[in-house]
Ligand binder design. Structure first.
Ligand SMILES: Cc1cc2nc3c(=O)[nH]c(=O)nc-3n(C[C@H](O)[C@H](O)[C@H](O)COP(=O)(O)O)c2cc1C
Length: 341
């Protein structure tokens, strides 16, 4: 085990408590759920353990009011955490099911996960292992194309979870999308409330338990130390826009995931789809990162629809490619912090 990894990432399947009671086994599974991505690494989830069930509640104190007032991205993160739970559950030999807004639960429960009877874990072994390998890769990718046959697999992964995968297949469309990302960055950077909020989630080092370490965004140690102040005071939209434009233009693949509706159940579906797609890509040696600003600005979200030529709701925009080296994972809160009764 690599002791330089943040604690949450040092999970080993050998530690699965085979002979323990159901509650301890479910707790172990949640260790995989919290490795899901979340905006600003806000980890906006609460888990409530029941008898063979785990309720996922969006954490009311971990909403990004300025960027995500409806809690759409928060629900997407909970969806990705739910997907990890299902995958880990099957990996340890038990089937899993889930229900969105179960009628018998409190209204704040977004999804209820159920552990079911025995199943064969073999088919999903590779994507299960990818849970521990996935990172948000915000550097340029290697100059290597994404194999075209992988696109069909990713499309199917998204479909299985109820989302549509739209790859960008023409360079002119990719340039136009990169322009939209830059415009969204610029608009968000000009918004004082967004700046204040983002500044609050940047961390100078990896020692915090949430938030994004500056180094994960390509900052030097000094920039990372000053960022909580500089991001609040200065409009960083221009800098972010030119960086993201270039990352979007040069990515081997940019794709969107969209859903028929735009309600909490669609957001959870998108989160599950995003995680299935990302883990499928990671299992083949790729990494991805989100370029979500155009979805966060309502007017630009409509332009994104037009550009992608879709009638349904874009939920996430992602770039994908081969990383040029290893990346350190970002920290997570201790498990004890995410359980509430
Ligand atoms: C719905 C959603 C939107 C996100 N949007 C962005 C984004 O626009 N830009 C970005 O750099 N990262 C974005 N992220 C990635 C998070 O910052 C990242 O998941 C988090 O910092 C944890 O790091 P990890 O993915 O390496 O585990 C997003 C993640 C989610 C789930």
């Amino acid at each position: 085990m690599d002791t330089r990894l943040p604690r949450a990432w040092r999970l080993s399947e050998r530690d699965y408590p085979e002979n323990a009671d159901s509650e301890e086994q479910l707790r172990f599974l949640v260790g995989y759920a919290i490795l899901a991505p979340s905006p600003q690494n806000s980890q906006p989830w609460i888990f409530r353990l029941g008898d063979e069930t785990i309720d996922i509640v969006p954490d009311p104190f971990r909403i990004l009011e300025a960027r995500d007032p409806a809690g759409r991205e928060r629900a997407i993160s909970c969806g990705s955490a739910l997907f990890n739970l299902r995958l880990a559950c099957r990996h340890f030999g038990r089937d899993a099911s889930f229900r969105i807004h179960p009628p018998e639960a409190d209204s704040e429960v977004l999804a209820r996960f159920h552990r079911e009877g025995p199943c064969d874990p073999a088919p999903e072994r590779q994507i299960f292992e990818a849970i521990l390998q996935r990172r948000s890769w915000r550097q340029p990718f290697a100059e290597k194309q994404v194999p075209t046959d992988l696109l069909a697999t990713l499309e199917e992964s998204a479909r299985l979870e109820g989302a549509r995968f739209t790859p960008v297949t023409s360079p002119s469309l990719q340039n136009a999308l990169a322009g939209l990302v830059a415009e969204a960055d610029w608009r968000l950077g000009s918004n004082e409330a967004v700046r204040r909020e983002s500044a609050g989630w940047i961390r100078a080092t990896d020692h915090a338990e949430d938030g994004v370490p500056g180094r994960a965004m390509g900052m030097s140690p000094v920039e990372a130390m000053l960022a909580p102040v500089t991001h609040r005071v200065f409009n960083y939209g221009d800098t972010r826009a030119s960086r993201d434009r270039s990352l979007a233009c040069t990515a081997p693949l940019v794709f969107a995931l969209s859903t028929e509706g735009d309600e909490p159940e669609d957001w959870v579906a998108c989160g599950q789809a995003a995680q299935r797609v990302l883990l499928g890509a990671v299992a083949q040696g790729l990494q991805g990162s989100f370029l979500n600003p155009p979805v966060q600005v309502p007017e630009l979200r409509n332009r994104l629809k037009t550009l992608l030529d879709i009638e349904i709701w874009p939920q996430v925009l992602v770039r994908l490619g081969y990383p040029t080296g290893p990346a350190r994972p970002t920290p997570r809160r201790p498990l004890t912090d995410v359980f509430h009764s």
